[in-house]
Design a protein around this ligand. Structure first.
Ligand SMILES: [Zn+2]
Length: 101
């Protein structure tokens, strides 16, 4: 993806995700589901943006069987791969300017 189109994309990036992009998500317990094979599916939710992720835990031992899998909310992901340093700077600038006067 061309640099200029990524910049345009960031300019319209949903405001509710900017803080999570800048400071990372604020995960909180959300649900625990019983799974076959003596497993729990532990689900956590981001208190800021509502994103969910889950992992599989063996009930008897507490061992992690499958690590976190993120369930991306619509509009969170940015096409074109990882953000570069300038793009992360822009996310930070936009996130801070939301709350500064
Ligand atoms: Zn979040």
């Amino acid at each position: 993806m061309a640099e200029s189109s990524r910049r345009r994309l960031l300019a319209t990036y949903p405001a509710e995700y900017l803080v999570c992009r800048d400071l990372t998500h604020s995960w909180r317990p959300y649900a625990v589901e019983n799974e076959d094979g003596g497993l729990w599916r532990q689900v956590v939710i981001c208190a800021s943006c509502g994103q969910l992720k889950d992992r599989l835990i063996r009930r008897r031992t507490g061992a992690v069987i499958r690590n976190w899998a993120i369930r991306y909310v619509k509009g969170y992901q940015i096409a074109g791969g990882l953000l570069d340093a300038d793009e992360r700077n822009e996310i930070r600038r936009l996130a801070i300017s939301q709350v500064s006067s």
